[in-house]
Design a protein around this ligand. Structure first.
Ligand SMILES: *Cc1c(COP(=O)(O)O)cnc(C)c1O
Length: 330
């Protein structure tokens, strides 16, 4: 069984002094959402808070979701959905076959995920509808957990940050830098900042394509969530801008700037980043901090730092993963 909140809050805020440029007045901060849960952290824990609460209240028996074969969202949903006593199934689509993605898939299988392969992302909607089947004891969770319910977890996070500012744990940031994949994280923060009257602009760093669609989806989600929580949707939308110049070759494709940011974070802050999401975002945070235009820049860290080994104890070896799933690692 699980109880709510699922995660451990508030997550700490820390200053990354060693990554600040000499002669530049900007202080660089990090919000440690890698620490949302000791077994598996990152932003997906917050997104599952309201989703799993609703699933429990509605007494559904099964969760169906969709994601890349090494998806953090699918892994978090399998882990915490399973602990909530729910069967979890997912339609998986191809992604670059990194060791990280392969380990996530093996952890999924160890945790009992019902995995279905869609050999091309364009087939995912059909496969998902087939698996979901509109059964009323099944709850469908979109990619990344980014529906309005999921984003509410980041409305809570916005209030949490506002309280940390009030307590003096950090000055009010002039800019928050966060990854935009499916957009629930950034959308929830924008709506939440509007509601909490914490007027902080957000730089969302797009890591998925096509960026015009990402912008459209995220802005609609901001509006929807803002209306739901009684914040001004136009004000909330105005807080969020989405940058496309850190994307490089596309989703899951590493960039040189990201790789450099990853090394800097590891060597100077002991912060582990991943090439798909956080490396690109941290590269953007370092760039804006280096301009000296801001007094305080807050990088919102979204990657779990919990060791994956405990989840891999009973996992199949890479060679034992069924071929139709292994072939999604490209
Ligand atoms: C899923 C994920 C994101 C993207 O969050 P969205 O809410 O989908 O935009 C960012 N960072 C990491 C590490 C993630 O796993």
């Amino acid at each position: 069984m699980i109880s709510f909140p699922l995660g451990t809050y508030p997550t700490p805020v820390e200053r990354l002094s060693r990554l600040e440029r000499e002669g530049v007045r900007t202080a660089l901060w990090v919000k440690r959402d890698d620490l949302t849960h000791p077994d598996y952290g990152g932003n997906k824990v917050r997104k599952l808070e309201h989703v799993l609460k609703e699933a429990t209240a509605r007494k559904v028996k099964r969760l169906v979701t969709v994601g890349a074969v090494g998806s953090h969202h699918v892994l978090a949903t399998t882990l915490f959905g399973g602990r909530a006593g729910l069967a979890v199934e997912a339609v998986l689509v191809p992604q670059p076959g990194t060791a990280h993605a392969e380990r996530n898939l093996r952890a999924d299988l160890a945790l009992g995920l019902g995995a279905h392969a869609a050999p091309h992302v364009a087939l995912a909607p059909f496969a998902t509808l087939a698996v979901w089947g509109f059964e009323h004891e099944t709850m469908f969770i979109p990619m990344g957990g980014s529906n309005a319910l999921g984003a509410l977890g980041y409305v809570d996070a916005a209030h949490e940050l506002a309280a940390q500012v009030r307590r003096g744990e950090l000055p009010r940031p002039d800019l928050v830098v966060v990854t935009v994949g499916s957009g629930g994280t950034a959308a929830g923060l924008a709506a939440g900042f509007a509601k909490a009257e914490l007027d902080v602009p957000i730089l969302g760093v797009a890591v998925a394509t096509p960026v015009f669609a990402v912008r459209l989806i995220v802005h609609r989600l901001v509006s929807k969530v803002a209306v739901e929580i009684g914040a001004d949707p136009r004000h909330a939308r105005g807080l969020l801008s989405i940058a496309s110049e850190y994307l490089g070759g596309g989703y899951g494709v590493p960039t040189p700037a990201g790789e450099a940011a990853m090394r800097a974070a590891r060597d100077d802050a002991g912060l582990g980043l991943d090439p798909t999401y956080t490396a690109k975002t941290f590269a953007a945070a370092l760039d804006v901090a280096a301009t000296g235009r801001y007094s305080n820049v807050l990088y919102w860290h979204t990657l779990s730092s919990a060791p994956l080994e405990p989840l891999l104890v009973s996992a199949p070896l890479a060679s034992e993963v069924p071929a139709h799933l292994r072939s999604l690692l490209r």
